[in-house]
Design a protein around this ligand. Structure first.
Ligand SMILES: NC(=O)C1=CN([C@@H]2O[C@H](COP(=O)(O)OP(=O)(O)OC[C@H]3O[C@@H](n4cnc5c(N)ncnc54)[C@H](OP(=O)(O)O)[C@@H]3O)[C@@H](O)[C@H]2O)C=CC1
Ligand SMILES: O=C1O[C@H](COP(=O)(O)O)[C@@H](O)[C@H](O)[C@H]1O
Length: 521
């Protein structure tokens, strides 16, 4: 996050994996939306690289199809799209074959001769097995040598464990400097994840209460309705722990728990985030069972349709023990957070698609007020990351016109739907400006793996049970017990259907009526 608006300089954007799922679904629409906003400099060109046989025209047609399928509302004027499409070129090559790079070098040099820029931005949207090879080939072909700036954006996953991540990092660092490497975690491109920093550090009401004296617990949920889809070959080895916890979930923990940075400079911010990971209590494989729940979805019903169990999905081993759900109780052992549990949970084939962060404040020292059932809900700050973007503070108040003495009410801020940019647009914008704040630095990645590795080891050694949950449910009951042991309960997350806070509060009031107190469920 740069304080002063730095400009995007003209550059050549070289996209490896340009025909793939990610490119078609997210990257092409992101670049076009940036073009519409005037964020792509006139002299910037996009060189698309993949193995399939296309010429420039054929690739532009593929890109147009991708827009039709994945971003149908973005193109309102065909002429504007055609102007953008003229910026795109295609180079067919096998990225693992160094000899093929001559063609790419020639194409890039020819483009640069016309566009008057030597800046090069490489994006590796390919399977991770290629990351090291392509980086070496960029070096040996001479592509990474340029008189302008050069940057490398790299997709996830960054390794499979600490050892493989370190080996990959060494390969990248033999060609690029750390400050030239932009490791993507697309959660860091989400509007409300970026907003956490602003909410915390631009509002004086929060800092005095942002600590263990006022906060009872923090709950971070990323719940998905989709199953493994066609990604079994990757997911079978990753599971929810590596796929979501090592990166996205820990990034949100860092954003919530970090100390204020001394300046709004990328390194100052990332220094503070890294300190959180240093304070994160590590579990030995023996301790994992007391802090982590793992689950796997079974058969269930979603939207009235029966869906298969994980082990029945395409290319999944029928006896697979890969986890599709993880819940965990984490502790950040520093002065600010000592004793405050950070509960995280993430899973596939759950009842709703929703990412939310709930900060639950401590109960009043003495209750003067009660609602009619003798319960009083705690104050909450709810940060809604997805699908609704916004936040609200849940308070207790007397609502006129009701019989109840005290009811939950909310002070709400919410972004209009569709108002904010896609995560990839924001991340491209930052990488093009040279702002790496919302990309992960190597020490973040390495510490995250060091935290996750013993948990993965405990999973492999079957030191904790694999709980099966019904697809379409809210996950395994064992995850509820994890909180109940501490006198807490999960706050439900709601999807698009329950976008309004009023509807949520009504549900909360009904829960209180059932007599469930949040500290003593
Ligand atoms: N898809 C998604 O939603 C997400 C993907 N990612 C990450 O993005 C990366 C790409 O994923 P995704 O798009 O799904 O993968 P795909 O398998 O759909 O696409 C792979 C791309 O790499 C190209 N490719 C494969 N082999 C070669 C080769 N030898 N030489 C040149 N090009 C080659 C393919 O080209 P061709 O088909 O023409 O051979 C294709 O363009 C991965 O790291 C993934 O983890 C991260 C988050 C989400
Ligand atoms: O990185 C990943 O994230 C998605 C979830 O992202 P979201 O933006 O839809 O919340 C997840 O489905 C995928 O398995 C994982 O690789």
């Amino acid at each position: 996050m740069m304080n002063e608006e730095s400009k995007i300089e003209p550059h050549t954007f070289i996209l490896f994996g340009a025909t793939g799922d990610l490119a078609r679904r997210k990257l092409i629409p992101a670049l076009y939306n940036m073009y519409l906003r005037g964020q792509i400099p006139a002299d910037t060109r996009i060189v698309n690289v993949a193995r399939s046989a296309y010429d420039d025209h054929g690739y532009r047609t593929l890109a147009r199809e991708a827009m039709r399928e994945f971003a149908p509302k973005s193109i309102t004027k065909e002429d504007t799209w055609n102007d953008f499409a003229k910026k795109m070129f295609y180079c067919q090559l096998d990225a693992s074959n160094l000899d093929h790079y001559k063609k790419l070098v020639n194409m890039v040099e020819e483009i640069e001769a016309h566009s008057n820029t030597k800046n090069r931005l490489f994006y590796l949207a390919m399977a991770p097995d290629f990351f090291a090879t392509v980086t070496q080939n960029l070096q040996e072909s001479g592509l990474s040598h340029t008189e302008g700036w050069r940057r490398l954006i790299i997709e996830k996953p960054f390794g499979h464990d600490f050892a493989s991540a370190e080996a990959l990092n060494n390969e990248l660092r033999s060609v690029f400097e750390e400050d030239e490497i932009y490791r993507i975690d697309h959660y860091l491109g989400k509007e409300m994840v970026q907003n956490i920093e602003v909410i915390r550090f631009a509002n004086s009401i929060f800092e005095p209460v942002w600590n263990n004296r006022s906060i009872s617990n923090i709950q971070i949920t990323s719940s998905e309705t989709v199953g493994v889809e066609d990604r079994a070959s990757y997911y079978e080895h990753a599971g929810a722990l590596r796929d979501m916890v090592q990166n996205h979930m820990l990034q949100m923990v860092m954003m919530i728990a970090m100390e204020p940075p001394s300046r709004l400079k990328n390194e100052a911010i990332r220094d503070e985030k890294v300190k959180v990971l240093r304070s994160l209590r590590r579990f030995s494989p023996e301790e994992v069972k007391d802090h982590v729940i793992r689950g796997q979805y079974g058969v269930g019903t979603m939207n009235g349709q029966q869906v298969p169990a994980y082990v029945q999905e395409k290319n999944v081993n029928p006896s697979s023990e890969t986890e599709t759900y993880v819940a965990a109780k984490l502790y950040v052992d520093n002065f600010r957070w000592a004793g405050v549990p950070f509960y995280i949970r993430t899973g596939k084939r759950l009842s709703v698609k929703s990412t939310e962060i709930v900060i639950q404040f401590r109960d009043m020292p003495k209750h003067l007020y009660f609602n009619q059932d003798g319960n009083l809900g705690p104050n909450l700050l709810v940060i809604r990351v997805n699908p609704v973007e916004g936040m609200y503070i849940q308070l207790n108040a007397k609502r006129p016109g009701t019989d109840e003495m005290v009811v939950p009410v909310a002070m709400e801020f919410s972004q209009p739907l569709d108002a904010s940019q896609e995560a990839y647009e924001r991340l491209f914008y930052d990488a093009m400006r040279g702002d790496s704040t919302f990309f992960t630095r190597w020490d973040e990645v390495s510490l995250a793996w060091k935290f996750v590795d013993p948990i993965a080891e405990a999973f492999t050694e079957k030191r904790l049970p694999l709980h099966h949950y019904t697809a379409g449910s809210h996950g395994p009951e064992a995850a509820d017990n994890l909180l109940a042991k501490e006198g807490h309960r999960w706050w439900p997350v709601y999807g698009q259907e329950t976008a309004s806070v009023e509807a949520r509060l009504e549900k909360e009031t009904a829960t209180l009526r059932e007599g469930k107190n949040h500290e003593n469920p």
